[in-house]
Design a protein. Structure first.
Length: 94
């Protein structure tokens, strides 16, 4: 019986070689600006139980939408190289 082809994985596999990670925890923060200037909203993402972290700078509209999505979606992934959050996992045909 012929062996199935396998995908060749470049070795070693490092933290930097992992492209998509699962969101474990998140924290919104507000950083004060200069006097009379607006502050900055940030979202810290803790990925793969702390194996990777990312901090995103947000405007208030994005922060509001993201907070709603993060509260209501049980599984969230983050594409590190594209800086993209992906919400939910849906089986094909569902």
């Amino acid at each position: 019986m012929p062996r199935a082809a396998t995908t060749k994985v470049t070795q070693p596999v490092t933290d930097d070689s992992i492209k998509v990670r699962q969101l474990s925890h998140y924290q919104f923060s507000w950083v004060a600006g200069e006097p009379a200037a607006r502050g900055t909203l940030t979202l810290q993402l803790v990925l793969d139980e702390g194996a990777w972290e990312e901090v995103l700078t947000l405007d208030t509209d994005d922060a509001d939408v993201l907070q709603d999505l993060l509260r209501s979606t049980p599984t969230v992934h983050y594409d590190v190289s594209r800086r993209t959050l992906m919400f939910g996992v849906t089986a094909v045909g569902s």
